[in-house]
Design a protein around this ligand. Sequence first.
Ligand code: F58
Length: 833
Amino acid sequence: MDARYKTREIERRSLDVDGLKRSFLEWLVYSVGKDARAATRRDWFHTVALSVRDRLVDRWMDTTRRYYQEDAKRVYYLSLEFLIGRLLTNSLSNLGIMEECRQALDRLGLSMDEVIDAEPDAALGNGGLGRLAACFLDSMATQALPGYGYGIRYEFGLFEQRFEHGWQVEYPEQWLQFGNPWEFPRPEVLYPVQFYGRVEEFRDSVGEKAYRWVDAERVLAMAYDTPVVGYSGETINTLRLWSARATRDFNFGHFNDGAYMKAVEQKVLSENLSRVLYPNDATETGKELRFKQEYFFTSASLQDILRRFLQHHNNFDDLPSKAAIQLNDTHPAIGIAEMMRLLVDQHAVRWDRAWDITRATFAYTNHTLLPEALEAWPVRMVERVLPRHMQIIYEINARFLNRSKARAAGDNARLARLSLIDERGDRRVRMGNLAFLGSHKVNGVSALHTDLMKQTVFADFHQEFPDRITNKTNGITPRRWLKQANPALSELITSRIGDGWIHDLGQLTSLVEKADDVVFREEFRRAKRKNKKRLAAYIARQTGVEVQVDSIFDVQVKRMHEYKRQLLNLLHAVALYNEMRDNPMVSWVPVTKIFAGKAAPSYHMAKLIIKLINDVAKVVNHDPAVHDNLKIVYLPNYNVTAAEIIMPAADLSEQISTAGLEASGTGNMKLALNGALTIGTLDGANVEIREHVGSDNIFIFGLTAEEVADLKAGGGFNPREVIASNPSLKRALDMISTGVFSPEDPNRYHPILQALTDGGDHFLVTADFADYCRAQEAAMELYRDPEEWTRKAILNTANMGWFSSDRTVNEYAQEIWEVKPVRAVDDGGEGFR
Ligand code: F58
């Protein structure tokens, strides 16, 4: 081997400061093509990322080889969204070379923070569902579980949010503009995916009826692989994202007509499939492109999964013991029909056998009970886009309903509810029912949510299949959400209990006794204050508003949705504003209300609420009468990177959804783990957070899910009466409706007031207002006593260990997937760092 090459080989693996520094200089020159004088921050980011990537590749291949050699059972997590955020700090931290890298950059006269900041935030998801997928990837890799993520390599991630005159405006998010150093294009991993065409019936070799899908249009799915580094770097898994490529064949009809350009145009258009992530909070059931995206990535993934399986097997009997496919919501549920098509049409497996194999392989996670978010595609569209799948769905349905008929004993309404086809109005395919029927396990994402699934959307299915629904309460990765995002607190924790918590978050319970240790409390407060200063600086940069570091940082960060009730929080802000102005002599606890979150571009009410928050903020923040005791800020463009700054700095965590509507929440977990006290309803995982942190250490208010259901069943309530009987609520609403916050357009907020009054206040904002204010007062009162506040904050951190996604993923592994860790053989005692 050439000596120079050999040195490079060694340097590629070197993890010390000198080796890193040499490798940076080499990459900068030979791959980025710049010298140190000309290099921009972005050049340095690419340089560092490529050098770090070098240090992953060997172990990545080792991992893949290990799985292959052991013919291990794999988990395939199919998700239309992976909200992974930045990867540089994550890789450095999980490899354990953060400090070495900082020093190497330091020696080159560079600031690590600036290099980190040059990385775009990979926003291939909308919110909780997409971020959960990213946390699961981290936890699977950390626990040496053979897990693959499969999704779409969107060219445009979730839109960038800016405010113009307080209104949300969307801009394209071009995260790939300057290239992506983490991904490996795999031009040879290419699968055809078909659309449209028609189905032909024929007789197979033994004279049985069979079907083929003909005259279809084809698109190619090309793989891009991103390594997923587990903690310590022992296991490095793969996230495989598909990009649409035009086929090379031409439509000869067009070509012969001389319409060459038209044929090429068609090809170009087919690549739109992976162009953009849909920003909806509720699926737009009419959008054909969305449906095509779902089928595109699902079909490519299943073809890839079967190809891998067939390397070791020559029939499909063992598929369920070698592959577990998890459907992240119904978005990939068409995979049930696709698997049947692949087995029956392409591999000549008999229907019954194919169905057993499919069901034993798939499992489905439900993330919402909101009826508008349950996918139901028009039959006419499915028929047109995927004619063979429509037939298969009918066949699955017919067999199922036949079987159920006997048991339903003439209860036709029940059969209609169980059907895969909603026959009311324009006929639709119910993807939730398809996912349920085609899976051996169906899970909810918190205890309450799972119970409600059994009682509501899947009540009939639960009766048919009482063992199928199971709960898997969500979790978050402690690596990103504590170790990396909150170095101040992480270091404090490690100084007292060691660093075992990083992979075994339950160890945090050793901190319980430290809540009574006055020195520890002081240090805990210091860490929080440091994080609050960092957030205050960020707020000033982003909004121009100066906030007091010693005020309560009262944080509500999440997608903007009426059920999440940002409006309730804002109404409290207005009420508090009035009280402060009415009582200037009182020594008020200073409060900073911090909002962040995007609204779906077509969700007008959500966008109007954003504008209202910005309008109220403008008035409050400039009113000298409140003496800076109240500030309101709305941070633009909330994303994973912003969350990493916000979560560690919060004092109070707003989790105030209408009970029964938030499936779980995961921001609630990030905030509590970082020592924020929760003010919340008994909704989603808040219920379990209360059980873990103790009811003395959380502010619970409002109607319970049961009370909400009873109220609705009893015909609702009269919001006007509630408003009339609560002077501070009435005053706040009057101010909004008379244009105090929008003098230039006094009627601007009438749609909001309308929804809260004649609209029936569907989300019970007015109904919960009084109790919410009571809980807020209790929080403010407690904040006056820093020792007591800190004690409770420590108890939150100490008791949140159960909410690690390591625990969640383990439960899936044991109870749904039946997969085991595949560990690397010991490397001779050196460890993996
Ligand atoms: C969220 N769903 C739930 N959907 O709302 C939240 O309670 C839960 O913690 C989280 O899933 C993880 O289980 C969610 O984020 C979406 O973003 C969908 C995107 C595609 C259209 C429909 C909503």
